[in-house]
Design a protein around this ligand. Structure first.
Ligand SMILES: [Ca+2]
Length: 472
């Protein structure tokens, strides 16, 4: 009798597992809000992203976690504004005291894997393969398998597979999607649900492309030609991923969430941010508003475009809701909300504002209103600015003085949010109430002893050449 009931339980387990929603998070590195075909970019075509948008939920107002790369990655994995997590800027390490989405998914029985750019281990400089004994690599945050580099990577990269260095040839986006599909295929065949993170190094510098990809942009300047060529390869890899899921017949049950880690770059022509103000690094829309699409036929039956303001901080609570992760898997305070209610309903008003806190500056978005605050004596900035994003797409008309009521309300929301974030920064959210002292320092990998034996071999590589030029 007992044997029969055990078999029954095992059967139930497999039935549950084969119906669980798989999750694939995909993120570009420096793709601006304006750089998609579906926004009618003047030179770039993205047929695969367009197709994905046509079949899913497209966000027109999606915000990155911060104005640069590591911060947004920290926000994606924790559901929290990056300053709370110790990732104050690019190249800072994520604190081990945080609770991550990857750890929660692993605990929930998902097979977990990370592919591509990591940038949460405290190392700066062009991406190098992550060391096996890195205390803050993907393996330390719940990823069972990883093929990763510390930062941006490009054509013919050298990467680290669970700590072992490997050379690859070809476009970096295509390489990691092929590898991710190998992982997905294996898990899908053994009926294990999977959580796969694909973080591209594209279209970040150094810009290097295959000839076929840069060909349509030969009339542009050298930099822009390669930059746009990289996006062509990235879009093609999105097609490979979607087709791969269809071939495995798991696309209905797999949620793919595409976005970018920060706004577009300056000095690229034609422009990267649509008509938004400013670029990567800024709290104006050009620095933080990014493309985003969720595709999951099982949960989003009817394709649509939403103007609902959403953010990278919503990724964790949304996945938690879908998968049924316990409340305790998310460290409080959380800055995001579950977006599941907007999957099949036309909601427009967001109840919880979206906060930003970075480099001593802050901002807060509450539906159409946005307040920006800069420290005293910041060159060219007022202490407070207020914009109505619905009427003023390019943030050119500061309405703080003409709308005192709205201004006071927004200022008070911003001050509350800043207070809460500043409290988190000192470690008050952690059990012991302080930050662990052994945080890795923010440094270039050229200062790390274990990398020194590779310097001679890497000097010739175009991505490392300039960094190693003056180092023996
Ligand atoms: Ca970036």
């Amino acid at each position: 009798m007992r044997v029969i009931s055990n078999i029954f339980l095992i059967l139930l387990f497999f039935i549950f597992r084969s119906h669980a929603v798989n999750v694939v998070l995909v993120m570009a590195d420096d793709q601006g809000w304006g750089q998609t075909g579906y926004y009618n970019h003047p030179v770039l075509k993205t047929p695969n992203l367009d197709q994905m948008a046509k079949n899913g939920l497209r966000f027109d107002r999606f915000y990155s976690g911060g104005p640069v790369c590591s911060p947004t990655r920290a926000t994606v994995l924790t559901g929290r504004t990056h300053d709370r997590t110790g990732v104050l800027d690019h190249g800072y390490a994520l604190r081990k005291q945080e609770r991550t989405l990857s750890e929660a998914m692993k605990k929930a029985g998902y097979a977990t894997a990370h592919f591509g750019k990591w940038h949460l281990n405290g190392l700066r400089g062009p991406g190098v393969p992550i060391l096996k004994n890195d205390t803050h690599g993907p393996g330390q945050f719940g990823f069972e398998k990883w093929l990763s580099v510390t930062n941006f990577f490009d054509l013919n990269p050298t990467m680290s597979r669970d700590g072992n260095f490997e050379e690859f040839s070809g476009d970096s986006s295509e390489i990691i999607v092929t590898e991710a599909l190998n992982f997905i295929t294996e898990k899908s065949k053994s009926k294990v649900p999977f959580f796969t993170v694909i973080w591209y190094g594209t279209p970040h510098s150094p810009w290097m492309t295959l000839e076929k990809d840069r060909k349509p942009f030969e009339d542009l300047n050298e930099q822009s030609m390669h930059h746009y060529g990289e996006l062509v390869a990235m879009d093609r890899s999105i097609g490979t991923l979607r087709e791969g899921l269809r071939k495995l017949k798991i696309h209905e049950d797999t949620l793919v969430w595409f976005t970018s880690d920060n706004g577009g770059l300056p000095r690229i022509n034609p422009t990267t941010t649509g008509e938004l103000r400013n670029y990567k690094g800024s709290r104006y829309e050009g620095g933080i508003r990014v493309p985003a699409i969720i595709e999951c036929p099982k949960l989003i039956q009817k394709a649509k475009i939403t103007k609902y303001p959403a953010s990278a901080s919503d990724i964790f609570p949304t996945i938690a809701k879908i998968v049924g992760l316990p409340e305790s898997s998310m460290l409080k305070p959380q800055d995001g909300i579950s977006l599941v209610p907007i999957f099949n309903k036309d909601l427009t008003r967001r109840e919880k504002p979206i906060p930003f806190h970075s480099r001593g500056r802050s901002a807060l978005i509450d539906n159409n209103l946005k307040i920006i605050s800069s420290p005293k004596n910041t060159k060219g900035s007022k202490p407070f600015e207020l914009y109505d994003l619905e009427k003023d797409h390019s943030e050119s008309n500061d309405i703080a003085k003409t709308n005192p009521e709205a201004f006071m309300r927004m200022k008070s929301l911003l001050q509350d949010s800043n207070k809460s974030i500043e409290k988190s920064m000192t470690g008050k959210d952690y059990k012991k109430g302080t930050v662990n002292e052994n945080q890795p320092k923010r440094q270039f990998w050229t200062e790390v002893d274990e990398y020194k034996e590779f310097f001679d071999q890497w000097r010739k590589r175009p991505e490392y050449k300039s960094r190693l030029k003056n180092i023996k």
